[in-house]
Design a binder for this molecule. Structure first.
Ligand code: KIV
Length: 286
């Protein structure tokens, strides 16, 4: 394909051009699905970028995947800014979104703008916050300050207590109606993209078709503009004692098992004396 004629084509994007909001809008317009994954540190973010994913979320799921907390509400701005910086230093092409942690945007417009600004300074292309109508004023404030904001509705882990646990959302007409009001309110407030979490495909389709901005899904079926998964679920690194792998996840690798096996072999070599063999010794003076 002639990439000059079609600057946002797959071929062009494989050429490492930075993914921007414009790229993502055009992809939605063409019905081209965006590949979206979480990452929390430099090496994994580099691997994600090398694999050609379009979008990386530095999720507050870092709490569960990386820091060993049971709840995403346990991480704060210091955690998120540090992990965001590690990811943005690694990523050259993908669109990077920093996830605003619990209580970093709920209190006031001023707090939301100041905290969102820290993600931008850390190199993120956008920020994400959870909630629909109730966070619309915050979204408006952050967008008015010049930032790109992703809304997040459906199952919102920061309000797990209110939702009564990890429950699929949008199963009744009333729930879908309420989610529809949320997504429209987010778009009206200026959100440039929205993430839907844990809902049946019909709800995902209706919500996606209710707005003009790109709408992505994690466990929201196929009728959205792209798919997000949690990296540690995809590559077999999530400890099930902390978080069970949801049924919508497909695991593509068992990295945890590879690491355990490599360290077993290393342990066996150290214990037997096979490591370090002579070729790995520094030479002394001749
Ligand atoms: O933190 C995260 O990874 C998220 C996803 C669960 C949507 O917010």
């Amino acid at each position: 394909m002639n990439t000059k004629q079609n600057p946002d084509s797959h071929a062009e994007r494989r050429d490492n051009r930075k993914v921007t909001l414009r790229t993502l809008r055009r992809m939605r317009g063409r019905g081209e699905k965006a590949v979206f994954i979480t990452a929390y540190d430099y090496p994994m973010a580099r691997f994600a970028d090398a694999a050609g994913v379009d979008m990386v979320l530095v999720g507050d799921s870092v709490a569960n995947t990386t820091l060993g907390y049971r709840s995403t509400t346990c991480v704060d701005m210091e955690d998120m800014v540090r992990h965001s910086g590690a990811v943005t230093r690694a990523v050259e092409r993908a669109f990077v979104i920093g996830d605003m942690p619990f209580m970093s945007y709920q209190q006031s417009d001023e707090a939301a703008v100041a905290n969102a600004g820290r993600f931008v300074v850390a190199g993120c292309d956008a920020v994400k916050c959870e909630g629909g109508r109730r966070v619309a004023p915050r979204v408006r404030a952050m967008v008015d300050a010049g930032m790109v904001v992703m809304g997040h509705i459906g199952l919102t882990p920061q309000s797990l207590a209110q939702l009564g646990g990890y429950r699929v959302q949008g199963r009744t007409d009333d729930q879908v109606g309420s989610l529809r009001e949320d997504i429209v309110a987010l778009e009206e407030a200026g959100a440039q993209m929205v993430l839907l979490e844990a809902m049946p495909p019909e709800a995902g389709r209706l919500l996606r078709d209710s707005v003009d901005v790109p709408v992505y899904g994690i466990g929201a079926g196929p009728h959205v503009d792209g798919q997000l998964l949690i990296l540690h679920d995809v590559i077999g690194m999530q400890d099930p004692a902390i978080l069970r792998r949801p049924s919508f996840v497909k695991r593509y690798a068992d990295v945890g098992a590879v690491v355990v096996e490599a360290l077993r072999q290393y342990g066996a070599d150290v214990r037997s004396g096979a490591f370090p063999a002579e070729e790995r010794w520094y030479k002394g003076r001749e």
